[in-house]
Design a protein around this ligand. Structure first.
Ligand code: ADP
Length: 502
């Protein structure tokens, strides 16, 4: 848009040396063409607020024709959509005392074009020629600008929310200076610094990122490469602790200014999981290979020494192989059950069963495998049937009996018993073994949890048996618990629901 001075100069040039009549016509033509070209709408009103004329922009924006508006009161135009009380008041004021009003923002609903937000400017002018007042009303449509502002504010709010609630640390750093410009609460929590302690500091000044030179060096690399990611670097907290983090940062431009965004993810848990996974693989492979070695050894001896072995020796070797094969099957069974639980694919095939028959068969099996202990079964007569999956009940009991014999001295007694309890049956397995301190009662149901039993021979196991028991009991809607103290033996209990109506 031309400046006022420039317009006057242009007019002077246009009319220079011309006949006054022609000069006037040309000046008017010039002004008219400027008005027509204006992007803002313009209305000329008389002193009774009737429309005298409008520019093209007004017709285009408000979708009206000259005959729709000329000679009509402004507040009667269309469906009276220009009957804006605030505007009417201002226009009346202009006519009475004020000569102008400036930058008044109004919002109005138009039937054809929807809601519009407009900035209104008006000026009273006096036409000497017709000796009457005129009002020039300029209307700037700022609907789009307002919408853009609103969208920007919304996206800024969304960004802020993401930033504030993100479950990883975020730092915004000035790419030129390395100064920290913003930090989210998660990172502050992670490192224990306050916002004030971090903002404005250089990335390498806060001592968070190992020692300073390394950070400065890394920052230089980032400026060159635009994106860097370190999978595992130590971050030092305010109180000197170390947090292992994944550090990803990238450079981008905001309003012509380069910023670095650093996303910092605490990987302590992930590393612990990786460690556990490695430990698990190591332990499982070891526990699987041990019985396999025995099985292979026994079988090979039986085959290679067929003629040299006595009947008794052969039976002993084959029994041993069978025992190890059983242990292997049991271990794999436990692993499979856990995998099913993990994948939410544990399906119980519950049916009304007499728990004592299952217990009897487990006791017989373990007596045959490990005749080292005195096993006894004590189920009172008339015990109601339980609603359980017999295969799973067998697994629970086998795990508990196997533990009872593993963690108690040879020759000692291992008892399996049951008692009714309201709508449940409580089944117990007790031993006279090393016992477990109360502080470890919960721990032993965790994955890979094995206790050190000082003065007791180290037994085999991977620390999953009790976890499997807990998951299976819970899948039946029951609970597992224990009573035990060091050197006082242990009794594990679990309850199973009785068959409904039993
Ligand atoms: P595993 O026997 O394979 O190590 P479990 O999950 O069955 O794994 O048991 C976890 C730990 O709980 C065992 O390593 C052992 O320290 C302890 N524990 C389990 N049962 C008994 C028990 N009857 N007496 C003493 N300690 C036991």
């Amino acid at each position: 848009m031309k400046s006022r001075k420039r317009v006057i100069e242009d007019i002077k040039e246009t009319i220079e040396g011309k006949h006054p009549e022609q000069a006037l016509q040309e000046a008017l033509g010039y002004v008219q063409s400027i008005i027509e070209m204006m992007r803002d709408s313009l209305l000329v009103l008389d002193d009774s607020l009737r429309v005298i004329s409008a520019n093209q922009s007004f017709y285009d924006i408000f979708l009206v024709r000259p005959e729709d508006i000329e000679g009509k009161f402004i507040y009667e135009l269309g469906n009276r959509q220009w009957d804006i009380p605030e505007l009417r008041k201002l226009l009346e004021e202009i006519l009475s005392d004020n000569t102008t009003f400036e930058d008044i923002e109004v919002k109005q609903e138009f039937p054809d074009i929807g809601q519009r937000v407009m900035i209104l400017n008006a000026r009273r002018i006096y036409s000497a020629e017709i000796k009457a007042q005129r009002i020039l009303l300029a209307i700037k449509d700022i609907t789009k600008r307002k919408r853009a502002e609103r969208e920007l504010a919304t996206s800024e709010l969304q960004y802020r929310r993401l930033f504030e609630t993100a479950h990883e640390g975020i730092l915004i750093v000035n790419a030129e200076t390395g100064q920290i410009e913003d930090v989210n609460p998660f990172l502050l929590d992670m490192v224990g610094f306050s916002k004030r302690e971090i903002l404005g500091k250089k990335l390498w000044e806060i001592g968070m990122l190992e020692h300073a030179n390394l950070s400065r060096e890394r920052f230089r690399v980032l400026q060159d490469r635009k994106y860097i990611r370190y999978e595992d670097i130590p971050l030092e907290t305010k109180d000197g602790r170390q947090v292992d983090v994944e550090f990803a940062s990238n450079v981008y431009e905001v309003n012509g200014k380069k910023v670095v965004q650093c996303n910092i993810r605490d990987i302590t848990e992930r590393k612990e999981l990786d460690r556990l996974k490695d430990e698990f693989i190591g332990m499982v492979s070891h526990e699987l290979s041990k019985p396999l070695t025995v099985i292979t050894g026994c079988m090979n001896t039986v085959l290679d020494e067929a003629t040299n072995l006595s009947e008794q020796e052969r039976t002993h070797l084959l029994r041993n192989a069978a025992l190890q094969a059983d242990a292997l099957t049991h271990l794999l069974g436990n692993l499979l059950e856990l995998a099913r639980v993990q994948a939410d694919r544990l399906i119980l095939h519950a049916e009304p069963i007499e728990a004592q028959f299952v217990a009897k068969s487990v006791v017989e099996r373990i007596t045959e495998q490990y005749p080292t202990h005195k096993y006894s079964l004590n189920f009172p007569p008339g015990l109601p049937p339980v609603d359980a999956d017999p295969v799973r009940l067998e697994r629970i009991l086998y795990n508990l009996l196997d533990n009872a014999r593993k963690y108690s001295p040879e020759g000692s007694e291992v008892r399996v018993f049951a008692k009714p309890d309201k709508d449940n049956v409580i089944i117990g397995v007790s031993d006279q073994g090393v016992g477990i301190a109360t502080s470890d009662h919960e721990k032993i149901f965790g994955s890979f949890e094995r206790l050190e039993h000082v003065g007791f021979k180290q037994t085999k196991g991977i620390g999953l048996g009790l976890l499997v028991c807990r998951r299976l009991v819970e899948a039946h809607g029951g609970r597992i618990w224990l009573e035990s103290a060091p050197d006082a033996g242990s009794t594990f209990f679990f309850n199973l629901p009785c068959k409904r109506g039993a």
